[in-house]
Design a protein. Sequence first.
Lengths: 403, 191, 503
Amino acid sequence: MNRTEPASGAGQSRSYYAALLFAGVVALLVPLLLGARQFFQSYFFGWIFWFMLTLGCFGLTLLHHIVRGSWGLVVLRLFEAGNRTLPFMAVLFLPIAATLFLPHPTGAEYWLYEWANPELVTAEADPMLHHKAPYLNPTGWVVRSVIYFALWIAMAAYLNRSSLRQDQTGDIEEQHKRTNFAAPGLVIFIISMTFAVTDWVMSLEPHWFSTIYGFWFLVGGGLFTLAFVSVLTMAWSDRRPFSDVVNPGLMRDLGNLMFVFTMLWAYISLSQFLIIWSANLPEEVVYYQKRLDDNWRFLGAFNVAFQFFVPFLLLLSGRTKRTPRYLLLVASLILLVRLTDMVWIVIPAFHREALNLWTDLAALAGMGALWLAIFSFQLGKYPLLARHEPRPAEGAQEALEHA
Amino acid sequence: MATATHVEAPSGPGLYGMIAEFDDSEALLAAVRRTREEGYRNMDAYTPFPVHGMAEALEFEDNRLPWLIFLGGLGGAAGGYALQYYINVIDLPLNIGGKPLHAWPNFIPATFETTILLASFAAVFGMLFLNGFPRPHHPIFNAKRIELASQDKFFLCVEAGDPRFDARGTRLFLERLPGVRHVSEVEDGDD
Amino acid sequence: MATQITKTNGHGGVPGDGSDGQPERFLEGNHTYQTLGDKIGAIVLTQKPPRVWFIVAALAFLLVNVLLATITYLLFKGVGLWGINVPSGWGMDIINFVWWIGIGHAGTLISAILLLLRQQWRNSINRFAEAMTIFAVVCAGLYPLLHTGRPWLAYWMFPYPNWLALWPQFRSPLIWDVFAVSTYMTVSLLFWFIGMIPDFATLRDRARSRFAQIAYGAVAMGWNGSAKNWHRYETAYLILAGLSTPLVLSVHSIVSFDFAVAVIPGFHATIFPPYFVAGAVFAGFAMVLTLGLPIRHLYNLKDLITARHLDWMAKVMLTTGLIVFYGYLTELFYGWYSANVYEVALVQNRLFGPYKWVYYALLFCNGFVPQILWLQKARYNIAILFTVSMFINVGMWLERYVIIPVSLSRDYLPSSWGYYTPTVFDWSMFIGTMGLFTLLMALFMKFLPAINIFEMKDLLHRMTHSHKNGHGHANGTDGHVTGEPLQSGFLPEGTPSADRNGG
């Protein structure tokens, strides 16, 4: 590969983006072949999967501005491009919001959310949904969704702008401003994100709840994003400007972060499962019953093996973290399993008669094409590396060099 | 694998080696590199804190410990799970709360603990074993001022077991190293 | 002359340290390798403890006697002596168990995580925090042991072949707890011990009395500072830190399973494992500050435990406190959202039930008070830090009170509701374990190196080294880690040790 060839899809021709967008839209429409309801389900799945990457980028941006580690600086522009997909993802969210207000589909009582149908929420029909109605109702849901997006877009825009400004002016004050902003920002983000995944994903099964759900998605999104930026930096490790900054220290940091998040993912997934499985309360255990029936249990086992054991053992070895190609492979594996894990979390909520995944995968690919087109366009807008200084760590720099 | 640099000094009275004292770790590090260039192989450095780059300078490598720890963890995991399986499924099958006998999710916490426990044992006792501890009477303690190696001085000891070792020549060589403070002989023997 | 107490400048006393007006360094004053060893070693070897030490130790000893008397009477009469009775079969004994084990989390975690992250600031607090861990786990262990009612049969909880065909039941979280706590105790002891081996050697070589030489020599196990030994030692220590970190998380997670796996509303919540772990770190750091601030003052360790350390600890407390607060809020919200009769009743019970003041006090202590740590001024103010950490100590105790008796006294059947009141023996036992903990800490301060000597030397080395290289590293703004006076200690001629030739 040519070492001087710049990284990223930046500077791609207009027809490249047009083709990507066109392919994306076509793929998104494919599920219509199985009817409108299937279309919305698949669309929702594709959207939430890619949106976790957007949110992961945003969360890690906040984290980076607080701790200012040197690894974060290298991938900051990738995170920031991910942040700038937020408004587009908000637009792509509109069809999902529309399902709350569309007339019922034929042959079913609701599109995605059972609680959106007023007939199903009366005290007689379903006392539980009736109890939740002050929270789970179309108006409240839309208002909250608007608030989440507004908060995130505004916060991300502020941070991105400050970071770009600092590159131009070199003003160190910007950095302190971002740190002071990001610390409470992260608190706001975690709380709003907990409610958002409750509204959007948990309420697909409105009778079920789990208090760890917010953390579960937080860690899943973080792992997804770390794997994604690892794939990009490793794939571009011999192209400018990453060829200058991809060093053993960065690779070890990314490898260790994926390692930590892999363990956190296992920890949270296991905690939730163990508590629900052991208590065996009917209203809770249905969630896992559904996901451990004959159709789904193999996917669950696959996730446990490949989201935990395999990356865990691979990342335990120092060699994986020293070789760009190995790190790339492990990160790609994690990306793949993030996908299967999301399938396992979301799709069983739709109670499908048959296990028809191809429409979901088509929607996923379509949404992916749109997401990546926006991402790579956004990435091309600014220099790929931020130039601000990382937080000086006493002696740590040396420790890294020696180690 | 331990490299061939580690050779037991000949037993009985005689010389264990020649020791040189330095004031700081950089001087010691330079001295170690210089001594290796000179062709000496059997030597060791004695410092009050771990000096980064010293193992590389001595070309000392020992990767057995991480493997020992890994095996310890593996043994702990397999043993811990097998223990629970044997107890709750084979030897004392009781119906508890309608849960299956082989309640694998419930076996995970204790398995995790035994994994960590055995890996930690392997780390600590493996380290002590590979270092040959406890060994309160090492010949190096015969050296003058060696008690300062745990305070603020840095020592390099070229061992008599080295093929190039020769009491006079080695002493002369060490005395000419930059930054050296004292050079003295270290007697062999365990007391 | 073996020892000399260095005069310290206190923080901010070093001219031209390049910091922006704040004390920003993790080692202050004019230290050399020798003075570091002197200062830390002297506490153990020659320094007479301050008078307060004797007062504290005597008081603590008195309380240990209260503990022993309580335990004796308890063994004689049975656990009914405590206020536990149907429906609250768990009371202050389990509250205190969880409280102590939570405190016991900061030590190993601080030490291990910071070692893995290569944070230099750990060096001056890790040893002390690790000791705190072990003593807190000792106190914690007493409670479930005595709670069994027949502690002399406690070995039944371990799997060993026996003619009774008696085996532990691994589908119960209580047996996971036995494994978790005993593993934690063992590994923490190992971690603590191997961290001290090089320092034992330092003390062995500094000691003047024959007894001290033999005693420290025995535990140093022949450590001679060889590069080969250091190499294996560092590998083992680092990997042990890597093993300890998930272990710490697992222990409090498993303690949380004791509750969460059950079906009692208020016990059964999936958020419990991470929320308990965060609470444990929160409580642990609060206790580190509660003990560390007075010790820092009494032993004049301001140049080793700097304001920067305190700032960092305050930030960790703020972060973990926010996670704990998040836990309270999610429990409230999802309690209502669940639409489950019993969960909703639990929320009402906490907010408006007979123990509502405990719950409000908890929200105040753990939720609101720590928010002051957002202010940098508060993080650098010793009095505020100490006050906040005391609030957190109380708050974390209240948290377990809210979880245990408040949930147990009102579960599914209103006909079986009750009200839990601790008895005087609950309190004497609790105060007694505080005495035990304090006595052990006092003895630790007297007989063992409270601060890691060799790592402090390493830190000093890096600080001087990076100065010598003229900021040649990637970060050019590290002016505040170096300082001219530090280098003066590096002079080869006339170092304080020169007259110690031959000892």
